[in-house]
Design a protein around this ligand. Structure first.
Ligand code: 5GP
Length: 184
């Protein structure tokens, strides 16, 4: 276990800029790798299979659940999202610090299975900022945006269940705060 890379879980409301901070982190430390999740949601424009997600069918996803291949999984906004055990294990065995960018429910499942995992909840400077960023992304219709905003408000209540709360006031600041947390 000692030589295995650490696992850090990053959650936070949709639109908070988690993805941007994670991308920046990857440029700051080559030991850091991000876990690619499996999902049944539709691919968004600009996304790639195996890079942003492994896009699989509900049938395949449910087969993975049945065969205990998931470290965690959840249903979010009508789709399955989850982390494959084998994927995280491979990255850890390569000495990588593994980032899981997952929602609250999945984060708590991982924390139970891997108590050494570090949990970080990312927040935006304000609620208005979250809405502005979600709209700027402009990849989804109003109904989906409204659903994501409602979920985001509910998720905020969970910040206290995390080891750390990091405010994404600035991408570089937020990424460096996470690097400091990893040094502890
Ligand atoms: P999106 O559709 O915007 O890519 O992701 C929606 C939500 O699903 C985000 O809050 C994201 O953190 C979460 N998510 C992505 N991958 C996983 C995963 O593997 N497991 C869980 N539990 N949540 C995930």
């Amino acid at each position: 276990m000692e030589n295995k890379g650490k696992v850090i879980i990053i959650s936070g409301p949709s639109g908070v800029g988690k993805g941007t901070v994670v991308k920046h982190l990857l440029t700051l430390d080559e030991k850091i790798a991000v876990s690619v999740s499996a999902t049944t949601r539709q691919m968004r424009e600009g996304e790639e299979h195996g890079v942003h997600y492994f896009y699989i069918t509900r049938e395949e996803f449910e087969d993975n659940i049945k065969n205990d291949r998931m470290l965690e999984y959840t249903q979010y906004n009508g789709n399955y999202y989850g982390t494959l055990k084998s994927h995280v294990r491979d990255l850890q065995n390569n000495g990588k610090t593994v980032i899981l960018e997952i929602e609250v429910d999945g984060a708590m499942q991982v924390k139970k299975k891997l108590p050494d995992a570090i949990t970080v909840f990312m927040v935006a400077p304000s609620e208005e900022e979250v809405e502005r960023r979600l709209r700027k992304r402009n990849t989804e219709c109003e109904e989906v945006i409204q659903k994501r905003l409602a979920i985001a408000k509910g998720e905020m209540a969970h910040a206290k269940e995390y080891d750390y709360v990091v405010c994404n006031d600035d991408v570089d600041n937020a990424a460096n705060r996470i690097l400091d947390i990893l040094k502890d």
